[in-house]
Unconditional design. Structure first.
Length: 76
């Protein structure tokens, strides 16, 4: 999960923790990574692709989603 902690419509931290707990209960090994500035979501998504992460969730605004898509572009 790539999270932009300063996104305007970011769910409350407790909601993110609930999502994390649910994923783990379902057997997923979730890793939560926060962006710190421009370009971070691209780098984090590209690293996830290199590790062959099966699913990447992105929680942020349009810019965060755009960056993550660019980091995943051209990968399986």
């Amino acid at each position: 999960m790539i999270v932009n902690p300063v996104a305007r419509k970011l769910p409350a931290r407790t909601r993110l923790q609930e999502a994390d707990a649910w994923l783990r209960e379902q057997g997923w090994q979730a890793q939560w990574l926060e962006t710190a500035g421009p370009g971070d979501a691209t780098k984090l998504a590209a690293q996830a692709a290199e590790r062959r992460t099966p699913i990447v969730f992105v929680c942020g605004g349009d810019g965060t989603l755009n960056e993550a898509i660019n980091g995943l572009a051209g990968t399986e």
